[in-house]
Write a protein that binds this ligand. Structure first.
Ligand code: ADP
Length: 251
């Protein structure tokens, strides 16, 4: 028997990508992992007022979730969680960008979550990565993010909200859901969102919420590495299709 939503342990939710949806922005993209939808918009590079003489460019990220993106309406605006996630997404993206080629310029990345079912930071990083590439920002690779983790006793990829909230004790009293304990096993969930530079097999962030044994952590991170290459192919294809469909004038 498979996961709550019918996936296998190593199966990512359906990925959908839309590119360049905001005409006035340098680059924009929507990246979806199933019901988790992130929109990223890049503004820049633009000259910074105070940055004359700075060697490096500056990358700023603002993450937020729209009030209707979650079942129980979220208070509008950034709270502590949103400020922290902005910082995390900035740290995930920064190692990919050749900021030293952007002498004092500023790049603003706006990440808006349109619909949330867990994994908003990972979908947000992927959307931002695409929008940065479309804006022509010099990068060594696309940064690819995905969550891995342990739900009960099982290693899985790309946890949805139901899996992030897993608690076998609570499910025992649920006549509809208790059968899933057979698949996941006893315990709660550990979520490990990561961001990866696939070409270098390097992690730019690893976060961990919960507990996991060393061997299982290794297995989970290897799964993330392997899947990051698959996700990158899907993202690369989306960019290539976009440029193929542009009708260039014959010279
Ligand atoms: P991530 O979205 O990256 O997994 P979190 O672990 O903080 O980050 O959030 C997990 C999920 O919890 C979100 O994707 C969303 O589905 C839900 N969530 C987060 N914040 C709220 C909120 N204020 N109200 C309702 N649901 C929320």
């Amino acid at each position: 028997m498979p996961r709550f939503d019918g996936r296998e342990w190593n199966e990512i939710r359906k990925i959908s990508i839309e590119l360049d949806i905001v005409p006035n922005a340098a680059g924009s993209a929507i990246f979806k992992f199933g019901e988790t939808w992130a929109l990223a918009i890049v503004d820049g590079p633009k000259p910074g007022k105070m940055s004359a003489g700075f060697e490096e460019g500056l990358l700023r990220v603002r993450y937020d979730m729209l009030p209707f993106s979650v079942p129980e309406r979220k208070k509008p605006g950034q709270g502590r969680r949103e400020i922290e996630l902005s910082e995390i997404i900035q740290r995930a993206l920064k190692p990919a960008i050749f900021l030293d080629e952007l002498h004092g310029s500023i790049i603003d990345v706006y990440v808006q979550i349109l619909n949330a079912d867990a994994g908003t930071r990972t979908a947000g990083i992927n959307a931002a990565s695409l929008a940065l590439a479309l804006a022509g920002i010099p990068m060594k690779d696309l940064v690819i993010a995905v969550a891995v983790g342990k739900v009960g006793e099982r290693i899985v990829i790309d946890l949805n909200k139901e899996e992030e909230d897993y608690d076998s004790e609570k499910l025992k009293n649920d006549p509809e859901k208790s059968k899933f304990i057979e698949y996941y096993g006893e315990g709660k969930a550990t979520d490990i969102p990561v961001a990866i530079l696939p070409s270098e097999r390097k992690f730019t962030i690893i976060q961990l919420d919960g507990e996991i044994e060393r061997e299982n952590l290794k297995k989970a991170l290897n799964l993330a590495l392997e899947k990051s290459i698959e996700i990158r192919e899907i993202m690369k294809k989306a960019i290539l299709n976009k440029y193929e469909s542009l009708k260039l004038p014959r010279i």
